[in-house]
Write a protein that binds this ligand. Structure first.
Ligand code: UFG
Length: 350
């Protein structure tokens, strides 16, 4: 790729991206996006929640490594001339984090501490970090801007915020150049490749609704219809996973071309949809009646979470391509209908 000084760190012409957690849902879609734009990518993933890379990714160097193993990560960085890290590897279930907070401190904060140490030691200065809207807790206003107060209400959001702060301090102390991306509700699947959302157990709204359409569940239980929203159900900002992926690519470009210290961006469409609106969209997309059962509220759910994506649009030049709910649900449906059992191998190490 040549030693183009404009690409970043002076005298640094390494150009491989290390993707941690690249076997997970958002990680693998980002790997696909980076490769489609000519990036060399190497994946590390301990497969504790991810899936072995499917066939179209057979050429991607893959290491079944836990990022807490500093020497293993350092040798991957050195072998592949890594110049930047996109860091997804984490535990990411809100409910699980409430049940087992120490697991989240260990696997999110602790593991990232090891990763940062290796990056500093090996001279890798660029980092894109996978953060979350959960850092805002129950927001005071909507749409949420990046400078609004952060007040997580569960260990998952708390650990992601702790990592953002750890990254900021490392930026000041060690010259790390980093962008944290706060995702709202990821949904959808790759338009061409056989990859999509497959969590075990599944807790997310869109795949659960589509499992009803596939006849794998009787009904969708709506967690509360007494919220202060127009139809009483929670409002979320659903963002297509390929739009999240493109934001990572743009963030990486920014780190390579601009003198960034640490920055934070919301990733959402700026438009919210209630749980019942998502069900209605899925009924239209699938032609299935999708029965609904009203249930109690789920602990910790804010009534409304909608992003202001203005900063990502103006600074990163990010322009989400799939902004309407129907096309996001249709994209998820294409994957679920063609892969009713998710990733066939179903290989998990835990
Ligand atoms: N919901 C239901 N029934 C279900 C599943 C979900 O009614 O069976 C509702 C939830 O109560 C919520 C909405 O659908 O109102 C979306 O729920 P998800 O579980 O799909 O997503 P969350 O909004 O809870 O979680 C997402 C990310 C988390 C992140 C969180 C921030 O998946 O990583 O946003 O609050 F932490």
């Amino acid at each position: 790729m040549g030693g183009d000084a404009a690409r970043g760190w002076e005298g640094d012409d390494r150009m491989t991206v290390l993707v941690t957690g690249g076997a997970g849902y958002i990680g693998l879609h980002t790997v696909a996006e980076l490769m489609a734009h000519g990036e060399a990518v190497v994946v590390v993933d301990d497969l504790s929640t991810g899936h072995r890379l499917p066939e179209p990714f057979a050429q991607v160097p893959f290491y079944p490594v836990d990022i807490r193993d500093e020497s293993a990560v350092a040798s991957v960085i050195e072998r592949h001339d890594v110049d930047a890290v996109v860091h997804f590897a984490a535990r990411s279930l809100v409910g699980e984090s409430v049940q087992d907070p120490l697991l989240y401190y260990e696997r999110n904060v602790g593991a990232t501490q090891h990763l940062l140490r290796v990056m500093i030691r090996t001279g890798v200065r660029r980092l894109v970090f996978s953060s979350t809207a959960a850092v805002y807790g129950h927001p005071d206003r909507t749409p949420i801007r990046e400078d609004d107060p952060t007040a997580p209400v569960n260990p998952y959001g708390e650990t992601k915020l702790a990592i953002e702060r750890m990254i900021r301090w490392c930026g000041e102390a060690h010259g790390l150049s980093a962008i944290s991306l706060r995702y709202f509700n990821a949904a959808g699947a790759h338009p061409d490749l056989p990859i999509g959302e497959d969590h075990r157990p599944e807790t997310h709204l869109v795949p659960i609704i589509l499992q009803v359409a596939l006849g794998q569940r009787e009904a969708i239980t709506v967690y509360g219809d007494d919220y202060d929203t127009p139809d009483g159900t929670c409002i979320r900002d659903y963002i297509h996973v390929m739009d999240l992926a493109s934001a990572h690519r743009l963030a990486l470009n920014r780190l390579r071309t601009t003198d960034v210290r640490t920055e934070v961006y919301n990733l959402g469409t700026g438009r919210g949809h209630s749980v019942l609106e998502v069900v209605a969209a899925a009924r239209r997309v699938t032609g299935h009646s999708i029965p609904v059962v009203m249930g109690p509220r789920r602990a910790g759910d804010p009534a409304t979470l909608v992003a202001s994506p203005e900063r990502a649009q103006s600074v990163l030049g990010w322009a989400p391509a799939h902004t309407d709910l129907m096309s996001i649900v249709a994209s998820a449906w294409r994957w679920h209908r063609s892969h009713p059992d998710g990733y066939e191998e179903n290989l998990h190490s835990m």
